[in-house]
Ligand binder design. Structure first.
Ligand code: GLN
Length: 475
């Protein structure tokens, strides 16, 4: 079986009779078995996926007009995205064996178009982490080198695409959880503007940041998935009412864009030398293509990560208060009173990092500290968002590294949460400002680890971003 890297090549091969949809799904199931040691999936929907593939083959034969746009597309979903009558555990013991009562709007929309969901992927607990080592079900390993982390929190999703166990994956990106693992695994990862894709059916982490994101090999696949998942939904009032462009039909970019990059990012002492070289090479390529490329300064770079962690932990502490051992999820047996049930269920049900964040978030929201931390961080966010949007009205795109370093060794940063948080330095800005961003592969280090760069564009300009990213990848 060839390795398919786009939906169009899958559909063409099936139409020509070179493979069937059933054979394709069986191939992916075999790939999942072959890569079991990487701990990518928490559950594989084997029988169901085969059945759906058979249905697809039948439809193709008998009623091809009934096929949706995504027929033949096999997709994995991160374990924070609900799929009716299937388990969703958010990588946590506290939700182990919990079954979704409804599907996330994003999932519903791609299923309607014929996508086949092959399984749910491992992730950091409640999507909190940058290395996938915070999953209650063990870390995911990077398929390029199993001694390395795949990035997080959607590490399973990134590796599921990297290892050819599906064509595309849905993850979530609150502060980089799609783009960072995509970069560390050598695949594409895109986060749309806040308010583009419904959050209905996501296990919430930081509600004013969370967005569904997409992993794939080709811009075309990202574009079609985005197009079909986006748009109004009665269950998410934060969605934009803007019409959803036909992203997949707008992939020709023929302008000469103005591109900005941060001088301080390029000169940052924490930036890995080989990533710096990749960034410089990309900037040189842009110049050679006749694009206007300029170094700019961004005053608030150093405040990005601290403000992000104040705000997201605050939102998380509130979002996670529903996991109390009573309403659903893990309940500590033998607790003597209601209060003990709450305390012990939460103490045993949540992992260390989640508890750290709940405490931090509770602290920054507590009276006496609220203004000093939470209100201040909101103000910083506003400044960052305004400045970012201003910058992106002067330039078409911002080019940045996706990560300061390539994938690191398992266990290397687990003892130092602050160091782990700093790995998000280049990804949180897009979430703070609510703008779209895409991480794309830009070569490898000498030791063979993927390098990822990132393009950002102004809010709700996904069509420009995707079209330009496609051009960059082709050149
Ligand atoms: N690494 C970041 C965090 O831990 C981002 C997580 C995410 O985007 N879900 O918060």
């Amino acid at each position: 079986m060839p390795k398919f890297d786009s939906l169009s090549s899958v559909q063409e091969a099936i139409k020509k009779g070179e493979i069937s949809c059933t054979a394709l799904v069986k191939h992916y199931l075999q790939q999942i078995k072959n890569s079991e040691s990487l701990n990518i999936y928490l559950e594989v929907f084997e029988e169901e996926a085969i059945q759906k593939a058979k249905d697809c083959d039948l439809l193709l034969k008998n009623e091809p007009e009934k096929l949706g746009k995504l027929w033949g597309m096999v997709v994995s979903i991160k374990d924070v995205i609900c799929y009716k009558d299937h388990k969703v555990s958010a990588g946590s013991k506290i939700l182990e064996n919990f079954e979704s009562l409804f599907s996330a709007t994003a999932v519903e929309r791609i299923i309607e178009e014929g996508a086949i969901i092959i399984g749910r992927t491992n992730c950091d607990e409640f999507a909190m982490g940058s290395s996938n080592e915070n999953s209650a079900f063990g870390p995911v390993l990077n398929g390029v080198d199993p001694n390395k982390i795949p990035g997080g929190s959607s590490g399973g999703a990134a590796v599921s695409v990297q290892m050819d166990t599906c064509l595309a994956a849905l993850g979530t990106d609150t502060g980089g959880s799609v783009r960072q693992p995509a970069a560390l695994c050598g695949v594409l990862g895109m986060k749309p503007s806040y308010g583009r894709i419904s959050r209905h059916g996501l296990v919430a982490y930081g509600s004013s940041f969370d967005q569904v994101g997409i992993f794939g090999h080709q811009i075309e696949d990202i574009a079609i998935l985005l197009e079909l998942m986006s748009g109004p939904d009665q269950y998410d009032s934060t969605l934009s009412k803007r019409e959803v462009p036909f992203y997949s039909k707008m992939l020709n970019y023929d302008k000469k864009p103005r591109i900005a990059y941060y001088r301080s990012a390029l000169e940052h002492p924490a930036l890995d030398g080989e990533i710096k070289e990749a960034l410089q090479k990309q900037l040189a390529d842009f110049r050679q293509s006749g694009y206007e490329v300029e170094a700019v300064d961004f005053k608030y770079l150093d405040y990005m990560v601290p403000a992000y962690y104040v705000l997201t932990t605050a939102e998380a502490s509130s979002n996670l208060s529903r996991f109390d051992g009573i309403r659903y999820g893990y309940r500590e047996q033998g607790a003597g009173s209601l209060e003990e049930t709450y305390t012990q269920s939460r103490t045993r049900g949540f992992g260390e990092e989640v508890k750290r964040r709940i405490m931090l978030g509770t602290f920054v929201l507590s009276s006496g500290y609220y203004d000093a931390y939470y209100t201040k961080a909101q103000k910083v966010r506003r400044l960052i968002a305004e400045e970012t949007r201003q910058l992106l009205s002067e330039y078409d795109f911002l080019l940045m590294p996706a990560t300061p370093t390539p994938a690191w060794n398992l266990g290397e940063k687990t003892d130092d949460p602050v160091e782990m948080y700093l790995a998000d330095i280049f990804t949180v800005q897009a979430n703070m400002a609510g703008i779209p961003a895409i991480a794309f592969p830009a070569g490898k280090t000498k030791s063979g680890l993927p390098i990822g760069l990132q393009l950002l564009s102004n809010v709700f300009t996904e069509e420009e971003l995707l079209a330009f990213a496609k051009k960059v990848l082709q050149s």
